[in-house]
Design a protein around this ligand. Structure first.
Ligand code: SF4
Length: 209
């Protein structure tokens, strides 16, 4: 039986990071259960509830076994919204094992964690985020939904340092969403906004898991 504090986890699996600047890198994913948002376009609705209880050390043992077969250096904590749960002990154990740790978050929650990479993905319509991410996010990823406008990109570009890319990601590789992302990128270019880029979901294009 896992000892408290336990984490509700939907799945742990090795793969390649399919999204963002870390695209293509071998990574072990830990998908935590639960989300405080209920986005209509969510492609991980199965993670909104349920999950199995694991103690942090059980998670690390499982990851170490995976690393023996798939020697990835990175662990990505994702969801759902992973920061709804207390990840401090898990992160500390992963760092002891010399893993690099990425957190993918909708950015509505923040508490200090010694990790290597925050990917934040503010969601419509508010596109709000905790201010602590201004200096900490390595990338800002936005799904190109019908709510996305140039004004959103302008505000985010003014808030985040230029070195932090704003990545527009078509919604589940849908054609209309690809066109919308391209249109907004062109508008951003014309408006003189720097470091606004297109980002694709490799896992969906190449059907990797
Ligand atoms: S924040 Fe992410 S995980 Fe949560 S509902 Fe929205 S898309 Fe899904």
């Amino acid at each position: 039986m896992p000892q408290p504090p336990t984490l509700k986890i939907v799945e742990i699996f090795p793969s390649l990071q399919g999204e963002g600047l870390r695209q293509g890198e071998p990574t072990i994913f830990v998908r935590l259960a639960g989300c405080n948002l209920k986005c209509s376009f969510c492609d991980t609705k199965y993670a909104w509830r349920g999950g199995r209880d694991y103690g942090p050390s059980q998670v690390v043992e499982k990851i170490k076994k995976m690393r023996a077969r798939f020697p990835a250096h990175w662990v990505c904590l994702t969801g759902g919204e992973p920061l709804l749960q207390d990840l401090r002990q898990l992160v500390s154990l992963l760092k002891k094992e010399k893993f690099k740790v990425q957190v993918e978050t909708n950015a509505t929650r923040y508490y200090p964690l010694s990790i290597d990479w925050y990917t934040i993905s503010p969601k419509p319509k508010a596109y709000s985020f905790a201010p602590e991410y201004q200096a900490r996010a390595k990338e800002v990823k936005l799904v190109a939904t019908k709510d996305l406008r140039l004004g959103v990109i302008k505000k985010l570009r003014q808030t985040f340092p230029e070195k932090t890319p704003i990545l527009l990601q078509p919604q589940s590789s849908k054609r209309w969403s690809q066109r919308l992302a391209m249109k907004i990128i062109r508008q951003a270019l014309e408006a003189g906004l720097k470091n606004v880029r297109l980002s694709a979901q490799l896992q969906k294009i190449l059907h990797i898991r």
